[in-house]
Write a protein that binds this ligand. Structure first.
Ligand code: RP5
Length: 167
């Protein structure tokens, strides 16, 4: 946790989503991006979702990440309440193992976008990286940090290749 004002709000539909969504928070923190994490449900606490999201811009939030499983309407409900960029993370669980959440999150009607990332942990991490990319455009994160992250990733792949030793 930092004492900087949060730039990203991470919402999740249930406490049962917290382990996966914590990867979004950790990734943002690795870029020095202050964030807030809340459990709020499109179905169980819709008024709370609306209140937070309709006030988010004036409270200094620049991107909202919303993770939910099953009939995952959270990201769409967030998009309905704010014109800030919304990134949806579909989560697995239930009989369809994430396909239900993926389609619920990605299939928004025209004019109300939700930038939908992969199901689960990879999606939570990518949501944070995408938020960082947006925050680079707004000047809130230095481009050098993003480029370093990508260079480190490339170096990790090259190291794996060297260790495999089959060139
Ligand atoms: C969704 O339903 C939540 O995002 C969670 O992934 C799923 C199950 O929620 P719980 O029944 O575990 O609270 O709303």
């Amino acid at each position: 946790m930092s004492d900087k004002k949060p730039l990203v709000a991470i919402l999740m539909g249930s406490a049962s989503d917290a382990e996966v969504m914590s990867h979004a928070a950790k990734t943002l923190e690795s870029f020095g991006v202050a964030n807030t994490m809340r459990v709020m449900s499109a179905h169980r606490t819709p008024a709370d979702v609306h209140e937070l999201c309709s006030n988010a811009r004036k409270n200094g939030i620049k991107v909202i990440i919303a993770g939910a499983g099953m009939a995952a309407h959270l990201a769409g409900a967030v998009a309905a309440a704010t014109s800030l960029p919304v990134i949806g993370v579909p989560l697995s669980g239930g009989v369809m193992d994430g396909m239900d959440a993926l389609l619920s999150t990605v299939q928004m009607p025209k004019g109300m976008p939700v930038a939908t990332v992969a199901v689960g942990k990879a999606g939570a991490i990518n949501a944070a990286v995408l938020a960082v990319q947006i925050l680079v455009l707004s000047g809130d994160v230095e481009l050098e940090k993003l480029e370093q992250f990508r260079a480190n990733q490339a170096e990790g792949v090259r190291k794996s290749d060297r260790e495999l030793g089959r060139a």
